[in-house]
Design a protein around this ligand. Structure first.
Ligand code: ADP
Length: 480
């Protein structure tokens, strides 16, 4: 099977969150099921700098008014098509915003260009390249199914999938942009892109894609509800028969404590005691005083979604309860400042790094005792899966993929030996503290704690099963 995947980020070339991990790992996992996946992504400067030996496969005279080329590469086993369009993508800053965090004004155009190029590839713009399914990820790639729906016969006949990694981000733009999208008026109807007088790219994809998937079964149910659907729940209901939740997996070649080069000492579940050696490095990195007290880590965007406000409120109490905390994250300035202030108040007990650092995130998973993920909603979440794999016990809110991947260490689960972490039923200050209290108690009962750790480390959250589900989905669409 030949699949064209469309996305705005892919690990190891460009990553701002879990989306990149999934877009990078799924094609490799699908290979064993006979699926050839090519991924089209924008040619950001940082991406182009990492790639070599490309082959120009198409030249646009203009794509949204800008010169553009499609260049194919193979990089670390990934088949890629990069859109090289200097005016659209080669700039300082992040993929979506400038160095000050302000969204690029022309994002509507940049990601429409990504989607249009993907649709053109489906339509056969490059001789000899032929795809059977288009698989779009999130709002940045969401116009691709819309272009297919209103495109050539070949485009209309090709099935498409939109995978929603987070329904909060909808690609909402002023309706004035519509006239530049080169779509018929029908596309801006209430059944299409129109959204409260604006455009919503994600809404368009949900309306027109053959199938809608999300990254966990629980999140697929949650987004039918107004609390999680972010205004799109009505349309999601209308597509309920085509809605599927498939839990993300993890790439065992990248997230694996037995081979992880970012850990001072590698280990596995039968050599758990080796983790202690990594703890020394973590204490040093975050300026913590040496101690045997449990270390809770946070590796996250510092945003409301992630429950960071409630977590920060608990920091003083966690320290009073005998815990220590290390935070790696970036996001809302108020939260960044509150984290830094807490580290200042509790020198030697709370350490913080504001920023994004892949290597440090690996060290934290391989050295901290537990990872805190008190999200208000979590489509899948990857850090709890990495935590399981590394024996860094996840403490999570019971929502989305967190609910689907962690077995709470309640009395029954401890007695039957199946617990893998701790869940709080509803995010709140007291509930979070109670749950952390339960974890601290378990930490001081080494037999219980090491059982929770080993259960998690032995659990299989690789892509094997999930990739198979995507393959079956592709097959079902092709056979129609
Ligand atoms: P989301 O995609 O909502 O941000 P996920 O848990 O699905 O959350 O994925 C987050 C990914 O980004 C994980 O791979 C995590 O390790 C990584 N990550 C988050 N914040 C940082 C950071 N500050 N530094 C390094 N990696 C980070």
């Amino acid at each position: 099977m030949r699949i064209l995947s469309v996305a705005s980020e892919i690990f190891p070339l460009i990553k701002t969150g879990g989306l990149a991990d999934v877009v990078g790992a799924l094609p490799l996992a699908l290979k064993q099921y006979g699926c050839d996946v090519t991924t089209i992504i924008p040619g950001y400067t940082s991406v182009l700098n990492k790639l070599k030996n490309g082959k120009i496969i198409h030249e646009y005279k203009e794509l949204f008014g800008e010169p553009a080329k499609l260049i194919s590469y193979n990089h670390e086993g990934l088949d890629l098509i990069i859109i090289k369009s200097p005016n659209l993508f080669e700039r300082d800053g992040g993929p979506y915003s400038d160095a000050n965090g302000k969204d690029w004004d022309d994002n509507w155009k940049r990601f429409a260009a990504l989607s249009l190029a993907a649709a053109d590839l489906i339509g056969g713009i490059v001789k000899g390249l032929d795809f059977q399914v288009l698989h779009s990820h999130d709002w940045q790639a969401a116009l691709a199914p819309v272009y297919l729906r209103f495109g050539s016969l070949k485009m209309q006949k090709t099935p498409s999938i939109i995978t929603i990694h987070n329904i909060t981000f909808q690609g909402r733009f002023n309706a004035d942009c519509f006239k530049w999208l080169n779509l018929p008026d029908e596309a801006i109807s209430i059944e299409g892109l129109e959204y409260y007088g604006d455009l919503s790219y994600l809404k368009g994809a949900i309306a027109y894609a053959s199938k809608v998937t999300t990254v966990s079964p629980t999140y697929a149910r949650e987004i039918l509800d107004s609390e999680f659907g972010m205004g799109l729940e009505g349309l999601i209901w209308a597509r309920e028969n085509d809605l599927i939740g498939i839990l993300n997996g993890i790439d065992n070649d990248i997230w694996n404590p037995e081979i992880d080069e970012d850990l001072p000492v590698k280990y596995n579940h039968s050599k758990l005691s080796l983790r202690k050696k990594n703890r020394a490095k973590l204490e040093e990195k975050f300026n913590l005083t040496k101690s045997k007290k449990p270390i809770f880590c946070v590796i996250s965007r510092l945003t409301w979604q992630k429950g960071i406000d409630v977590l920060i409120d608990c920091f003083d109490d966690i320290i009073n309860m005998g815990g220590r905390i290390v935070v790696l994250g970036a996001g809302d300035k108020a939260f960044e400042n509150a984290v830094l202030a807490a580290a200042e108040r509790h020198k030697g007990k709370i350490g913080a790094i504001i920023g994004y650092d892949e290597k440090t995130s690996h060290l934290m998973q391989g050295a901290a005792d537990a990872i805190l993920i008190p999200s208000r909603f979590e489509p899948c979440g990857l850090t709890q899966l990495y935590g399981l794999k590394y024996g860094c016990v996840p403490i999570v809110a019971r929502t989305g993929g967190l609910a689907d991947s962690i077995i709470d260490a309640n009395t029954a689960a401890i007695n039957t030996g199946v617990a893998t972490g701790f869940q709080l039923s509803k995010l709140g200050y007291q509930e979070l503290l109670n749950t952390i209290g339960r974890a601290i108690k378990a930490y001081y009962t080494p037999k219980v704690w090491s059982k929770i750790q080993t259960n998690g480390m032995k659990a299989d959250f690789s892509w094997k099963e999930s990739a198979k589900k995507y393959k079956e989905l592709y097959e079902s669409l092709i056979s129609k």
